[in-house]
Write a protein that binds this ligand. Structure first.
Ligand code: HEM
Length: 131
């Protein structure tokens, strides 16, 4: 029942939603995330979230998580940030990332919401050109 409820949320949230553990390991991957990044939930779950970003963040992301866990200093949680995402097919795109933190039965998890900014950036570029 609870699982069915979670599944229906994952299938309907319009933004891509990704849940990771404190090591960056993907625990859930929404339907919108599958469409945006080109990986099925089956392929993504169990992998490191760094697979969804290009260098240099890709090599650094484990360190970002470690330093947040050690210092508590937030750089994205509560602020959001525009970063670059990487699709399965190797193409990159601008995305707005918001991250929330939760602790459930002693385990820390992070939930990321990803909005694809590709069309917004394209429209802004077209507006600039038409001025
Ligand atoms: C921190 C990049 C996806 C969770 C960061 C930082 C960057 C980054 C640049 C901050 C480093 C700093 O200034 O110290 C990216 C990129 C992503 C991505 C390019 C593209 C896919 C995600 C996702 C989640 C996530 C999907 C969660 C599900 C975190 C957490 C932190 C962090 C928990 C540390 C806390 C904080 O800085 O507030 N990431 N990230 N990231 N990221 Fe990611």
């Amino acid at each position: 029942e609870r699982q069915a409820h979670l599944q229906s949320i994952l299938a309907t949230v319009p933004d891509a939603m990704i849940v990771i553990d404190d090591k960056g390991c993907i625990a859930s991957f929404s339907t919108a995330a599958e469409k945006l990044f080109g990986y099925s939930a089956h392929e993504a779950i169990g992998q490191n979230v760094s697979m969804l970003m290009p260098s240099p963040d890709r090599e650094a992301h484990d360190g970002y998580l470690d330093s947040y866990i050690q210092t508590g200093r937030r750089r994205i949680i509560g602020y959001g940030r525009v970063v670059v995402g990487l699709r399965k097919n190797g193409t990159t795109f601008p995305m707005e990332l918001s991250v929330g933190e939760a602790v459930a039965s002693g385990k820390r998890t992070f939930t990321g919401f990803v909005r694809d900014l590709t069309s917004r950036h394209r429209i802004e570029a077209e507006l600039r050109q038409s001025q």
